[in-house]
Write a protein that binds this ligand. Sequence first.
Ligand code: SAH
Length: 369
Amino acid sequence: MAADRSEKGSSVSEYALLTIEEGMQLIDRLQREHGLPKTEMAALIGAHCPELRDYAKAKARAIADQQYGKDIYIRGLIEFTNYCKNDCYYCGIRCSNARAKRYRLSKEEILACCREGEKLGFRTFVLQGGEDPYYTDDRIVELIRQIRTAHPDCAITLSIGERERESYERFWEAGADRYLLRHETAAASHYQKLHPRNMSLEHRKQCLRDLKEIGYQTGCGFMVGSPGQTVEHLAEDFLFIRELHPEMVGIGPFIPHCDTPFAGKMQGSMELTLYLLSLLRIGQPDLLLPATTALATIHPRGREMGIEAGANVVMPNLSPVGVRDKYSLYDGKVCTGDEAAECRNCLEKRMESAGYHIVVGRGDHCDVR
Ligand code: SAH
């Protein structure tokens, strides 16, 4: 029986026909060999259908259970600035969006978020923001030092975009230990469709290699169903991830933002995102895989379904409620109204209802290997 690709919502084009049997064999091979050649990977992604999704999900969950049991790690996300000098076509905080209400948190406000976070059981703080020139290397270094001093046993993750290698080295020396920088798409031609000409995939990839070499626990990742994406592009994402061997991979569906050039574009498919999460888990069993806010935004049980598909990390929001809705990357972003404590409790309940539990601790990739 040929795989049924009639499902709506995927912006990924049709691909060579695989039978379900052949798809299952490729999934087994992905598990055995930790990767597939590009053509096979593209065929497997293109063949996504309920049967293959269920097969991949069962395998991925079994692997995640073996690696991490029912433990789910939490990372407290502090969205500390929505000023950005970049103009990525998909992103609501791009510099050309004059309707974005800009804000930046002061060092004191960020430190207050960390204090609150520590009380709530967070041992990782993720400082995420647009590429904000106000936050010079010196200011970031000072911020890291103060967080490090106040929270010596917490992990500090940065997610502040592309900087020079020397800057990454300074942040590392100041006490940052992890870095998230999604590559967004590993195919150069597709990257150019999502970004203005002054941005390059090669530079982004180089940043990721630098971060790995310096010693950061590194996260890359991509959007699923971004405009113009094909199964070949997604296969390239898998090849790049295999080559980089990051500790974390963040993926979520593309969701249009009304004040961007991609306003009218179709949203990425939840089913495909879940399938890809499972394939990532199968290919690299010890990967840290977040069930992302974007996934939670397109479905009320998005986070839980992400966990069921093989994810093992959630990143609740620790930003002050007053700025939450301003960090508007895409339309309809969830969890913008809740206090940090409510967010944490809500997630705890959600995880428990799905049979998992949140663990307090740094949740280091290397702890669990
Ligand atoms: N400036 C930082 C942080 C970017 S925001 C950086 O460059 O890394 C974090 C992530 O949100 C992005 O990497 C992107 O993958 C995701 N994102 C942005 N706009 C989105 C959209 N419209 N739909 C889904 N995800 C989006």
